[in-house]
Design a protein around this ligand. Sequence first.
Ligand code: CA2
Length: 151
Amino acid sequence: MKTVLVLNGPNLNLLGTREPAVYGSQTLADVQDLCERASAANGLKLDFRQSNHEGELIDWIHEAGSQQAAGKLLGVILNAGAYTHTSIALHDAIKGAGVTLIELHISNVHAREAFRHTSHISPVAKAVMAGFGVNGYALAIAGLVQLTEKK
Ligand code: CA2
C-alpha cells in the first residue's frame, strides 16, 4: 500500500481558531481526520504534517522525492500557505525532488488580494486546487490517484 503525504505550511495550525469566513471552522485535526478517511477510501496510507518553517517543508519534499523513487509514495498534497506566494526555495525543492505534487488552497486565492494571485508552486505542480474549503483535501487525494493511475 502506497502513502500519500499531506504537507501544510505556516499558520495552518491556527485553522478553525480565526477567520472562519475564509477558512471555515474545522481545525487542522479535523482536516487530518478527513484525509485519513479519504486515504483509506482510496487504498492509501496517510502521512500528515504541518510546519511553520520553510526549511523543514523543503526537507520533507526532498524525503518525499526519495520515497516516491523507491515506489513507497504516490505523491504529495501541499498547502504551502503564504510560502506559496514567496518561496522560490520551495519551487526549487519540488523541481529538484521530482515528486508528483498537487498544490492546494482552502480559499480561492484568485478572488482575494493581488499578492495571493502569484504562486511559485504552480509551475512545478502536477495540478492546482483552490476554493473548495477543507473538503479540497479529500478531492485532492482522489485526484492524485486519478492522475497517477496507469492507463
Ligand atoms: O487558502 C489557503 O489554503 C491558503 O494557502 C492559506 C494561507 C494563505 O496565506 C494563502 O494565501 C492561502 C494562510 C493559512 C493561515 O490560515 C489561518 C487560518 C486561521 C487563522 C489564521 C490563519
